[in-house]
Design a protein around this ligand. Structure first.
Ligand code: NAP
Length: 287
């Protein structure tokens, strides 16, 4: 990795996150702790940007000399026309969550899926090649995660979704980009697919606070010894994870995805390794 990127080291590196709403975001606490731990003179601001102000806010990145920003709900798709370059991952996923300002040229990346996979490998399943993966859900988060999983060359990825057509459409779109053996189906196929899966990943909101008793599939359908992962991090351990752990599965919660999407963004902006454990501690302390 190259040395820290900062055009004028006497000025602080300016970073932030644009969203509407934004006050609840844990990104400022996470990134400010990371900047401090890495010894970088910089600050990361929460930036409340309403949809009608998005274009001017993006121009403001250049005008104010921001090194980069994260972009969150509801701007991840709408921001794309205002950027100069869209990285291949973001183009294929159809959403940007990280913008880098390189001397006035704005490049959009998507670090959500890549961050998720880095977290899964660091925290639960070091090797994904050759694995049979079942993904529950076919929304925006699923798309980014499946794209990044496919780069790891699993044996196959099976998408299960309440609305079967959406799973079929997502699978055929990703297959058309040469991303490997990806199929989509409705929940009626769940028992067969889950019994054969090495890794099961919930990308839906089922089980998220306050609906903590919801679970999309019966954990008894998942074979003991499989790895079970949930993108949800509130609660830190969903019912799906708790019951899977009790049945002898390796479990992986969604907090790591949040931490590592931030870590990958930090590395795009600064060109130095992100202090991941400091970031995790800062987020846990902010709960
Ligand atoms: P989305 O685009 O709205 O997609 C939602 C998906 O979940 C769809 O496939 C939908 O099925 C399914 N779904 C939702 N509620 C369901 C229910 N009660 N029963 C069955 N299926 C249900 O949302 P998203 O942006 O992909 O986000 C999904 C989840 O990922 C959220 O819980 C979010 O918190 C989490 N997430 C976590 C991180 C992180 O950093 N850890 C980052 C991004 C997202 P249909 O197609 O049938 O409607």
């Amino acid at each position: 990795m190259s040395e820290q990127k900062n055009a004028n080291p006497s000025l602080p590196v300016l970073l932030g996150v644009m969203g509407d709403p934004i006050a609840h975001s844990k990104s400022p606490a996470m990134h400010n702790a990371a900047l401090q731990a890495a010894g970088v003179n910089g600050m990361y601001m929460p930036l409340h940007v309403r949809p009608e102000q998005l274009e001017s806010a993006i121009r403001g990145i250049v005008a104010l000399g921001y090194r980069g920003v994260n972009v969150t709900i509801p701007h991840k798709e709408q921001v794309m026309p205002y950027l100069d370059v869209i990285d291949e991952s973001a183009r294929l996923i159809g959403a940007v969550n990280t913008i880098v300002n390189e001397e006035g040229k704005l490049t959009g990346y998507n670090t959500d899926g890549i961050g998720y996979v880095r977290s899964l490998k660091e925290e639960a399943v070091p090797e994904l090649a050759g694995k049979r993966i079942a993904v529950l859900g076919a929304g925006g988060a699923a798309r980014g995660v499946i794209y990044a999983l496919a780069l790891e060359k699993p044996e196959r990825i099976s998408i299960l979704n309440r609305t079967a057509d959406r799973a079929v459409a997502l699978a055929s779109d990703l297959r058309a980009h040469g991303l490997g053996d990806i199929t989509g189906s409705g929940m009626a196929e769940a028992a067969v697919i889950l019994a054969a899966a090495d890794i099961v990943i919930n990308t839906t909101a089922a089980g998220m606070h306050p609906h903590v008793d919801d679970v999309l599939v019966d954990p008894a359908l998942i074979r003991a010894g499989a790895a079970v992962s949930d993108l949800i991090y509130n609660p830190l351990e969903t019912r799906l994870l708790r019951e899977s752990r009790e049945r002898g599965c390796t479990v992986h919660g969604g907090l790591g995805m949040f931490i590592y999407q931030g870590a990958v963004a930090f590395e795009h902006w600064l060109g130095i390794p992100a202090p991941v454990e400091t970031m995790r501690r800062a987020v846990l302390d902010s709960f």
